[in-house]
Ligand binder design. Sequence first.
Ligand code: PHE
Ligand code: ZN
Length: 843
Amino acid sequence: MRDAAPQTIYLKDYTPTPYNVAHVALDFTLHPTATRVQSRITFTRVRAEDLVLNGEDLILKSLRVDGAEVPHELSETHLTIPAAHLSDAFTLEVEVEISPQTNTALEGLYMSGGMYCTQCEAEGFRKITYMYDRPDVMAPYEVTIHADTPVQLSNGNPTAPGCWTDPHPKPTYLFALVAGDLVATTDHFTTMEGREVTLNVYVRPGDEDKTDYAMDALKRSMKWEEDVYGRPYDLDVFNIVAVDDFNMGAMENKGLNIFNSKYVLASPETATDTDYAMIEGIVAHEYFHNWTGNRITCRDWFQLCLKEGLTVYRDQQFSADMRSAPVQRIKDVLQLRARQFREDAGPLAHPVRPEAFVEINNFYTATVYEKGAEVIGMLRTLVGPAAYDAALTLYFDRHDGQACTIEDWIQVFEDSTGRDLSQFKRWYAQAGTPHLTVTDDFKNGEYTLHLKQKTKPSAGQPDKAPQVIPIAMGLIGADGAEVLPTQVVEMSEAELTLRYELDAKPIPSLLRGFSAPVILETEQSEADRLVLLAHDTDPFNRWEASTLLAKSNLMANLTAGSAPATAWLDALTKVITDDTLDPAFRALVLALPSEDNLANACDAAGIVPDPTAIHSARKAVHLAIAQHMGEALPALIAATATPGPYSPAANDAAKRSLRAQLLRLQTRLDGGTMARAAYDAATNMTDQLAAFGCLLSAGDTTVAAAFEAQWRTDRLVMDKWFAMSVAEADPDDAVAVATALTQHADFDWKNPNRFRSVIAGMTAMNPAGFHHPSGAGYRFLADWLLKLDALNPQTTARMSTAFETWRRYDVDRQALIQEQLARIATHPGLSRDTAEMVGRMRD
Ligand code: PHE
Ligand code: ZN
């Protein structure tokens, strides 16, 4: 526990520091338990106040100001030097000792697999030395590393072995250091300005055959950002390092991106198509941060979405350009709904720009990232692509080298377009997902659409004002022909009526491309949905029609035991067999809404969700689809073959994704015969894992051991094995299966990836097991959260969000969850991270 009484930090309290930092020089002598850090930091005075620097878990060895010892005070969290001992400009020289080996929180300097590495975002630098550990204090750095390791890396350009200079002023959170036994894959890129850049992907010896795709993704990212945003890279080297123990996905440290190894390493045999797509997206994301995050950073952590929302938006644009844009959009929206809508509807709801926090690590959320990206997308829709490009150019020109706010960002759009965006800013300030309710009417040749928006109250925000909603829409005739092509309607009031002169009542296709992150409520009939599924010109809404049909059929089965409608099954079959459609799109149409999604649908319909019943209904409907397609399945599966060597590119990946869905259906019919053949014939991890899941779901008793024997030595593949073993377990056995896996010799619970594979394998991938009426799933999660919290608060706090939907469930389950939340909350020595999360979730 860092503080006796954790303090809440408020956006409104922002004050600049009384001193600026002109330069930082750091000298590291690395040692597992006694690393020495010498710092030489030059300060200039703005206001004559005490110098109060952050510092935690540091052993102070010496301190001098301009070469002389001065009086100072130390607390658990700060170093204070009274103003009286400081001049207009001075140099602070400090030496501290730290212990990377015992740093299990993976923040600051720590060790992973014998290698030294750092993670400083958000507030990890204060565990390295005393400094203003906040994003609005930017300075150039010079770093020297003494270590007996083959490789020593830091930010910027190398000047001598172990010596690095970063000329671009940066805040502490972008500092990084890596030292260890690493091997590099090297390549080159020439920027649009003619700068020759050396690119390296560093991995542990033995992994060097798994770096090609990350390197390729990096080069494509660099080129794309020049082509689309006109922004070149600005140093002579760009390094990526893969680390096995990492709390998050990856980190955009200046010139030295550090990655969770699962988002770098890939070979056809060990990585799935989804892994490849994630690697491409995350490599791009971290690279794009160089402009949106590093050169233009955040004034304070409340502005986190300034860099994250924009960078997610840009990586989504990139992936859409590299692959299929409609498929990418559907996948992004699936994620948004699964994670962000869920968050926005529960006790952890917060605005895209929060106004208060206890622990900033708890605000690296789907809301800040994904909703933050949606807000950028809406802005682009509202002003148009050309005005967006002009605004971005102004943003880069005006704010390069600065630490900015959302106000600065909006101002750029106002100045470049002349638009008043004050109402638009509500998207940053109001939590909760707006509900957009639409009714329509046709009378005397006039078609009317009535739209109403409303956002439910959330913690601290009882009343919400209307937001600006860009609604991309079209109208389709009953025969499927488009009556009105896509137009963007702006809704800025609580209600809006639209009128069209038409001969017949059309079918509205609203929110095309999911033009706003809202919940659309309509009275659309099943018949109209079938027309949209067959004919909408907007691929997103075609898919949307299919999910709505799937949802209503699933709900009918759940609430009334009804068999799926034949018209829907016929329509599905038609889509699946339509060779003119992208196989990836067909796979998405075939994927049923998740169990969590259905629990949410129950909640929205005023029904208390029963996770066990949802699980069964989903299985029943899946079986009905399989039976309906019946004999056609083997031929359909054969048609998805991808002969030739494995390629992770979109075309082949699309076929494999459809194949996986079809194999799932076939397994329902043949008990796994074809999946077994597919498993035995698989030559890549995508096909192998898909067949593996089918076989586990069919109750195959030998495949788990065979998979394990084959992949025992590959950590990333074994993460999949752990996760799938829990995910595919019968809900009644899930806790027992997960518990047994935690006793497996390879269950290294201190490794965040491995911890997540088993724990989230249960909470996220086996909801019926997690919500088992016995409460065993809840106890299992709480036990492991308490165990991990003592070592790694950040990952613990993140995983505690599995409880965030508790309010949906029946009183018995609510009580069982509250019991576990109370148990966690009252645990002695609970971290500030977990305490804040559990506190927000408790009744
Ligand atoms: N800033 C990182 C990203 O979005 C995420 C991250 C946050 C990583 C905090 C580590 C710690 O790319
Ligand atoms: Zn980011």
